[in-house]
Design a protein around this ligand. Structure first.
Ligand code: GDD
Ligand code: MG
Length: 377
């Protein structure tokens, strides 16, 4: 662990609505949806811990109790967690301002967007921040289409000239985008108005630049993905299992054979065909004639009945795949029943407790709301 970071604090912004991931986020906040069977936030906390950061404030705007239930005071992870709730969502800047009292008045701190999977070298980013005498250092990653992100223009040495949040594609002047991790000096807190909705991307960064303050972009080729859409949420898990991150939490369970993990009490029939990477949670049952082609991740207590075919998908806990059902490229929340002979594919997303009736086909990015029955019964 780096002595650099011994007492540095971090803020994780976890107050977004996660609307692009609905219905997965209908009953839980985006940072707590599972990524390879662990709450996504575990992966963020793991990165912080690897760089010696133990003291973390979570800036929360909705479903606050879910976070506390998941992590308590953080001691099980060897961390100290504070939960700071906004009555109304205050935006990224408002969220940071709201945790001010948890920060040290004269100490550099780190801010994380809570929906980023990365193996960013925070220790090196802090070195860069200090060497440049920066007030605010923004981690950057390069993407083909920057229009969905904050776009950064800078000098060769990383000195930022301009920050534009979500420009039109034709107006984007650089492929370097805000990767959602900031190292900040406490002075920046004076620029954020208290008690109102405020975005650092549209307020703080442009204002600091207009005042000629030193803002730096830390360019990195580290693994980086915002998990905010269904396709990216699936991609993040595929990448993790393919070993594309240097630092990651390995899947839980026993390695049954090459890249196939199974949790306690999971039974796989000898006539099932499984091609990794596949992660099966605890207490799953995989029947005869089943074919599972990775990347596939199933949570705890899933049942895959005779002849079902599963390919490139994520399903959470208690999902039943009926006999001869076919599921490919889809996301399935808790306790869903996929009846025999039905099909779910084409990046469809199925909400908690939904039932897909026998012979139904759900495809083309369909979002099946929690609870209701598809096909009417
Ligand atoms: N506490 C709190 N309060 N957190 C919030 C609020 C709020 O009102 N609104 C958003 N957040 C959190 C979200 O939970 C997420 O972790 C983070 O702030 C960013 O919000 P998103 O809604 O995911 O923003 P985005 O992905 O469209 O854009 C942001 O991230 C990009 C990188 O992924 C911006 O920071 C872009 O500039 C950046 O490129
Ligand atoms: Mg995001």
């Amino acid at each position: 662990m780096s002595p650099f970071y011994e007492s540095m604090k971090a803020v994780i912004l976890v107050g977004g609505q996660g609307t692009r991931l609905l219905p997965l986020t209908a009953n839980r906040p985006k940072p707590l949806i599972p990524l390879v069977n662990r709450p996504f936030l575990d992966h963020v906390l793991n990165l912080l811990r690897a760089h010696g950061i133990q003291d973390v404030a979570l800036a929360i705007a909705h479903l606050a109790e879910n976070f506390e239930q998941a992590y308590g005071d953080g001691s099980q992870l060897g961390m100290k967690l504070a939960y700071v709730r906004e009555i109304e969502p205050m935006g990224t800047g408002g969220g940071i301002k709201n945790v001010e009292k948890y920060l040290e008045p004269d100490q550099t701190f780190v801010v994380f967007n809570g929906d980023i999977l990365t193996d960013l070298d925070l220790t090196d980013m802090l070195r860069f921040h200090r060497e440049n005498g920066s007030l605010c250092t923004i981690s950057l990653t390069s993407v083909d289409d920057p229009s969905a992100y904050g776009v950064v223009d800078m000098d060769e040495d990383g000195h930022i000239q301009r920050f534009t949040e979500k420009p039109k594609r034709e107006d984007a002047t650089s492929n370097w985008i805000n990767a959602g991790t900031y190292i900040l000096e406490p002075e920046v807190l004076e620029y954020i108005p208290a008690g109102q909705h405020y975005m650092v991307e549209r307020g703080l960064f442009p204002i600091l630049l207009a005042e000629g303050k030193p803002l730096y972009g830390y360019r990195t080729g580290a693994y980086w993905l915002d998990i905010g859409t269904p396709a990216k949420y699936l991609q993040a898990q595929e990448d993790l299992l393919a070993g594309r991150l240097k630092l990651y939490l390995a899947p839980e369970g026993e390695l049954l054979w090459d890249r196939v993990w199974a949790g306690e009490g999971t039974f796989v029939h000898s006539e099932a065909r499984i091609a990794g990477p596949v992660v099966l949670g605890k207490g799953c049952k995989v029947g005869p004639g089943v074919s599972i082609t990775g990347p596939v991740i199933l949570g705890d207590g899933c049942q895959v009945c005779e002849g079902a075919q599963l390919e490139r998908l994520v399903a959470w806990n208690g999902v039943e795949f009926g006999a001869k059902s076919q599921c490919k490229e889809c996301l399935i929340a808790n306790d869903v029943k996929i009846s025999g002979g039905s099909q779910v594919e084409g990046m469809a997303v199925v909400g908690d407790n939904a039932v897909i009736d026998p012979g139904q086909r759900v495809a083309d990015g369909a979002r099946v709301q929690p609870g209701p029955v598809v096909g009417g019964r």
